[in-house]
Ligand binder design. Structure first.
Ligand code: LLP
Length: 443
């Protein structure tokens, strides 16, 4: 397993993260356990901020909180000076509860409800990324009722398809998201927005996909966006002051994944913005991005305890852990691949080829197919790396399995940022109608 951030093997031969021995973490907090390397999260935030500062452009880096949204994470994002992108009332509520400055919050989503729009207007958030014309008029009306004028970007689909898993590509024309440039929807949206009294149009947003390794897709998107911006300026005399290029920057999950350093993604985007806008004699806009995975993905490690195993001679050995698709649905959903190691025997040589199964009642609940490990025994601790993004965020209670705790580790200290769910949490919202209540026995 590749050792990310502060992960290392200590002199006891144990995996250690943020100065904490993972065996002690397992003992103290139980397994499965999400461990987040706080120093690495902060480092990634700083890489973005510094790369943009170096570009000399005005910018905002908005952490896409969908990747991992808990209050302590919102605190880090604020402390590091980033903005925050939310996509639901739940994420917005989390940010506000964490004391995140509302003016640095951007609200996304293809179907924000009237209640969500009202909540965000009341909170005085910084910007709405409007996805379609229904939302535009709904937002204008609600803002009008509240005597407010709100700032918006339009989400446009530039028609660029990033090379990524088909389920998570969003930049192409046939998408549930955004207004198409090529078929004229984006142009009509600008025409309508400039007529609306409670809307202030700042510019446009495009997001071309996720887990992207090349910069060409972003450059093509910039190309399309500038062409559109120039047409809007020439024909409507509207100048965009903000261009948001979304997220999608890839990370290294397994060998063969080849992400660029953050600084290179940023440089190529900002260079492309500078040269393209200069080419059209267009005032250089403020540039916003929305990384999610690349801020938190490689900071996360999930720690499991090995339970049962089953050797099918000549076929494979299944090793089952105490979690699975409930804490990490990505292998089942996207065929995502992960690396792992035995955290309690991290220095030992690999001896056997096994496949890691989860404990849910379905065959698709597999975490890793074919991984080489030392001879695995019941009670071993298995650490799966790169689980910081879209794991806790997408976790479920399938089979009524309780969601694990999340701890932040740093300089030898471990702080719980999400408690492990309890049995009470599991039945907490259940209601037994009176007519079905069990008869209480009288003695
Ligand atoms: N901005 C917008 C508008 C997005 O839709 C997304 C991700 C992001 C930013 C952040 O993208 P990132 O930097 O994290 O790639 N559940 C999937 C990923 C879905 C991504 C959805 N949108 C997964 O586990 O791979």
């Amino acid at each position: 397993m590749y050792l990310h951030g502060t992960s290392q093997i200590n002199d006891k031969g144990h995996l250690q993260i943020g100065g904490c021995d993972t065996l002690q973490l397992a003992e103290q907090f139980g397994t499965p356990l999400y461990i987040m390397d706080e120093a690495l999260i902060r480092q990634r935030c700083r890489e973005y901020m510094e790369a943009f500062k170096a570009s000399g452009l005005k910018f905002q880096v908005a952490y896409a909180s969908k990747a991992f949204c808990v209050m302590a994470m919102c605190r880090i994002v604020e402390e590091e000076g980033l903005s925050l992108d939310v996509v639901s009332d739940g994420e917005l509520y989390t940010a506000l509860q964490a004391g995140f400055p509302p003016e640095r919050i951007h609200f996304h989503g293809n179907n924000k409800t009237p209640q969500e729009l009202a909540m965000a207007i009341d909170a005085q958030i910084g910007c709405f990324v409007v996805d379609n014309l229904v939302e535009l008029h709904m937002l204008n009306a609600i803002a009008g009722d509240k005597r407010q004028r709100v700032k918006i970007l339009f989400r446009i689909t530039p028609g660029v398809e990033a090379h990524t898993h088909e389920y998570i590509s969003t930049g192409q024309t046939d998408s549930k998201f955004g207004l198409d440039i090529d078929n004229g929807s984006a142009y009509r949206a600008v025409q309508e927005a400039v007529e609306l009294p409670h809307i202030e149009l700042l510019g446009v947003h495009s997001h071309i996909g996720s887990q992207i390794f090349e910069v060409e897709g972003f450059q093509m998107a910039v190309d399309k966006v500038i062409g559109f911006a120039a047409k809007v300026r020439d024909e409507m005399n509207v100048i965009f002051s903000v261009i948001n290029l979304g997220g999608g920057f890839g990370i290294r999950y397994v060998e063969g994944d080849t992400p660029l350093p953050v600084s290179q993604y940023v440089k190529s985007i900002t260079d492309s913005i500078k040269s393209n806008f200069a080419r059209f004699d267009y005032p250089t806009p403020e540039i916003w991005v929305e990384p999610g995975r690349s801020i938190v993905g490689d900071s996360g490690t999930t720690l499991y305890t090995v339970g049962t195993y089953k050797d099918i001679p000549g076929i494979r050995k299944y090793v089952a852990v105490d979690g699975g698709m409930t804490d990490n649905p990505r292998p089942a959903l996207y065929e995502s691949r992960y690396e792992a190691m035995l955290a309690n025997r991290a220095a030992e040589a690999d001896e056997e080829l096994v496949s890691i199964a989860g404990k849910c009642c379905e065959s698709g609940d597999m975490l890793i197919w074919d991984i080489r490990l030392p001879k695995v025994e019941t009670g071993d601790l298995l650490a799966v790396s790169c689980t910081g993004a879209y794991n806790y965020a997408m976790a479920s209670n399938y089979n009524r399995i309780r969601r694990p705790a999340v701890v932040f580790v740093k300089d030898g200290e471990a702080d719980v940022v999400v408690e492990r769910e309890t049995y009470q949490n599991i039945v907490g919202n259940d209601v037994i109608p009176a007519r079905m209540r069990p008869v209480t026995k009288t003695v």
